[in-house]
Design a protein around this ligand. Structure first.
Ligand code: NI
Length: 170
């Protein structure tokens, strides 16, 4: 396994729509393993393929608490097929927008269809932090970031900060 570089806004990959995975093969599994290693090292609770520059519909999640056994989940071609009317608010962050956190309101429960790392069709009904994390990561596959749900003023402020930062790094 190897750790991958995480892209930071305003990297253009983070705003593009990803293509479905057509074959769940060794290469796909290797990428999922690398994404898990990258997520744990960050540390983070979710990571989507476009965040490491791979424009494919794949993501990894582990919302287990510190000290608990690890619960890695791999989702390939995840599709949100149902969302509750009831909403829940969580303070969200993103490995591609380091050290920035804001409250985001999303459906409290969701049903997601996906392929697991063996290519088998699966369905999950998620609630709590897992529901929020799944929605956040699926958004990444469509070029959507959590800052798209906050006020325009706040979003413009954070974008400006990271655009400036990217110019300093380059
Ligand atoms: Ni994110």
């Amino acid at each position: 396994m190897s750790k991958l570089d995480i892209l930071i806004i305003p990297d253009r990959h983070l705003r593009q729509v990803c293509e479905p995975v057509t074959k769940v093969d060794g290469e796909a599994r290797r990428l999922l393993d690398d994404m898990l290693e990258t997520m744990y090292a960050a540390p983070g609770i979710g990571l989507a393929a476009p965040q490491v520059g791979v424009m494919r519909r794949m993501l990894v999640i582990d919302v287990s608490r510190e000290g608990e056994p690890k619960q890695p989940h791999c989702f390939i071609n995840p599709k949100l097929v149902w969302a509750s009317e009831q909403l829940a608010t969580y303070q969200e962050g993103c490995l591609s927008i380091p050290d920035y956190y804001e409250d985001v309101e999303r459906p409290a429960r969701v049903r997601v269809e996906y392929l697991d790392r063996d290519g088998a069709e699966q369905e999950i009904v998620a609630e709590g932090l897992l529901a929020t994390c799944l929605q956040h990561e699926i958004d990444h596959l469509d070029g959507v970031l959590f800052i798209d749900y906050i006020s325009r003023l706040k979003r413009e402020r954070v974008m400006k900060k990271f655009i400036k930062r990217s110019k300093n790094v380059a």
